[in-house]
Design a protein around this ligand. Structure first.
Ligand SMILES: [Zn+2]
Length: 59
C-alpha cells in the first residue's frame, strides 16, 4: 500500500479544511421595515422586494 513520503504542513491541512465549515448566513436589512432578511428574497415581514410590495400582507 502506498504511503505518503512527507508529512503535510499545518498550513496545508488548514487550507484543505478552509471549505469544511458552514459559514453564518448572509443577512441584509430590508429597506422597507429594516428587518434582517436574506438577500434577493421577498421580505417575509412586509412582503416587499426591490422597493415594491409584491405580496399583500396586513400590518
Ligand atoms: Zn421588510
Amino acid at each position: 500500500m502506498a504511503v505518503p513520503k512527507r508529512k503535510h504542513s499545518n498550513a496545508r491541512t488548514g487550507s484543505r479544511r478552509a471549505h469544511d465549515f458552514k459559514k453564518p448566513a448572509t443577512l441584509v436589512s430590508c429597506p422597507e421595515c429594516s428587518k434582517n432578511i436574506p438577500p434577493h428574497v421577498v421580505c417575509p415581514n412586509c412582503g416587499s422586494y426591490m422597493g415594491r410590495r409584491i405580496v399583500n400582507q396586513e400590518g
